[in-house]
Design a protein around this ligand. Structure first.
Ligand SMILES: NC(=O)C1=CN([C@@H]2O[C@H](COP(=O)(O)OP(=O)(O)OC[C@H]3O[C@@H](n4cnc5c(N)ncnc54)[C@H](OP(=O)(O)O)[C@@H]3O)[C@@H](O)[C@H]2O)C=CC1
Ligand SMILES: CC(C)=CCC[C@@H](C)[C@H]1CC=C2C3=C(CC[C@@]21C)[C@@]1(C)CC[C@H](O)C(C)(C)[C@@H]1CC3
Length: 416
């Protein structure tokens, strides 16, 4: 265990790993976008190269910037609540507007009005490659600006992780913990608004385009749209909960999150809907009902576990959690050892993975491509679990070891 106060150990394979990821992640994203459009739709193997000019459109930067501007404007509107973040190194707490769900509703109203006025939403699907190119470029430029901005930031504003002194590693992980431009908190804004809401908008455009091509959207397309809308709506409804995640409290804002939020989430998380537009899949009602049940079970575990921990962290005496068994730690905080958090050490990851399976199943079993999200997400959560484990061991020491003894499985009971 690294002693408290020592420099954070290098993650993601250090500078070499960070450099490789900065090339691999955008390459994978474009590979997936092209594979979804190609006839064989192979996850592995090279898809046909895009026709000349398919990666660029002069309208794309304008469209993308307008989208970012619109979401920033919604962020700055009066909020139903202003929440305080975790205590920072200098003992202060930042304030965050809780109006993400409002931004989703306003976006839906605006898009609805646009469609009634003749906006060709389905045509957005032809712009996905150029928009992904703009988002990738923007993520690189934005990360560079954030890196330079951090040079002027006080030491107390720097993240525990992204300040190793190696420019490649620090550019990737992000140096400043909570960079702000005026009232806009860049990381909090990017993590929940343009990418997540953009994801459901892309899904909707794919559904509209399918209806235009084939007369009506398929049942599979409805399911994928419905499940992912529920997931995004849930994230925005419980927006305040993100303030305690490691992305906000531990990770700096660098290329990893900028690219992840602005490009990776909207363009790769919509892969199932993209696949379905180009490769329609038959789905009968009985199978659809089973898939809905799988999603419902996943959501029940995901929401139950996340809400239980959030309620407990806000107020351990809340009657909904007061009866649960706990372990005391030297920091004064307690750890739950019964309820969802007594079943495995990351029950919320288990629920999230079950939902990920339900999002791929409507795409049938003839192709591996729509299962990319499940495979990637398993790798991401296994790695994230290991990172969180290290951080908890550093925070809670022996109490964490005792928790691991009492709750031996990490994500899947009796398996892992
Ligand atoms: N769709 C996607 O791409 C992604 C989704 N997610 C989802 O985001 C959600 C949040 O995940 P994440 O931020 O990784 O982590 P968690 O919400 O699991 O939070 C981990 C933290 O919870 C606290 N904790 C751990 N065990 C206990 C316990 N027994 N009792 C009380 N508190 C405990 C610790 O913090 P402390 O003690 O300081 O409170 C720990 O650091 C998950 O549902 C995950 O599936 C995450 C990444 C990507
Ligand atoms: C491969 C790559 C570029 C990695 C970067 C990782 C990011 C894509 C993810 C890190 C944590 C995330 C979270 C969500 C989306 C993906 C990223 C940004 C999240 C907003 C999805 C909705 C959930 O309900 C959530 C709010 C719990 C979640 C928070 C973490």
């Amino acid at each position: 265990m690294a002693p408290q106060g020592s420099p954070a150990p290098l993650e993601f394979g250090g500078p070499l790993g960070a450099a490789a990821l900065m090339l691999l992640l955008p390459a994978t994203m474009f590979h997936l976008l092209l594979a979804a459009r190609s006839g064989p739709a192979r996850l592995l193997g090279l898809p046909a190269p895009p026709p000349a000019g398919a990666l660029w459109s002069p309208a794309a930067p304008l469209l993308w910037l307008s989208w970012l501007g619109l979401q920033a404007a919604f962020y700055l509107l009066p909020a139903r609540k202003v929440a305080e973040g975790q205590e920072l190194k200098d003992k202060s707490r930042l304030r965050y507007p809780i109006n993400g769900f409002q931004a989703l509703v306003l976006t839906a109203l605006l898009v609805g009005l646009g469609v009634c006025a003749g906006l060709p939403l389905g045509m957005l699907t032809d712009m996905l490659l150029p928009l992904a190119a703009v988002a990738t470029l923007a993520a690189f430029l934005f990360s560079l600006l954030l890196y330079l901005k951090a040079l002027l930031a006080p030491a107390s504003a720097l993240a525990p992780g992204g300040n190793s002194g190696n420019p490649i590693y620090d550019f990737f992980l992000g140096r400043e913990l909570n960079p702000r431009i005026g009232p806009l908190d860049c990381k909090y804004f990017c993590e929940l608004r343009p990418g997540l809401i953009g994801w459901v908008l892309i899904n909707l455009a794919l559904l509209v385009q399918e209806a235009e091509l084939r007369g009506s959207p398929s049942l599979a397309m409805w399911l994928v749209n419905g499940f992912q809308l529920l997931y995004v709506g849930d994230a925005l409804w419980h927006e305040e909960a993100i303030l305690t995640t490691m992305d906000i409290t531990h990770d700096g804002f660098g290329f990893m999150l900028a690219f992840g939020d602005l490009a990776w989430v909207p363009f790769t998380y919509s892969l199932q809907a993209q696949f379905l537009l180009y490769h329609p899949q038959p789905l009968e009602l009985p199978m659809a009902s089973v898939i809905c049940l799988v999603n419902a079970v996943g959501y029940y575990i995901f929401r139950g576990a996340n809400s239980q921990k959030n309620t407990f962290r806000k107020n351990p005496s809340d009657p909904r959690v007061a009866g649960l068994e706990t372990i005391s730690t030297a920091t004064g905080k307690q750890l739950l050892v019964s309820g969802w958090w007594g079943m495995v050490r990351h029950p919320n990851y288990l629920g999230d993975l079950i939902m990920a399976l339900a999002w791929s199943l409507p795409c049938g079993v003839s192709h591996l491509l729509p299962y990319f999200y499940l495979l990637y997400f398993t790798a991401l959560l296994v790695h994230r679990e290991a990172r969180d484990e290290q951080q908890c061991l550093r925070k809670y020491g022996l109490a964490w070891r005792e928790y691991c003894r009492r709750v031996p499985y990490r994500i899947v009971p009796y398996v892992y």
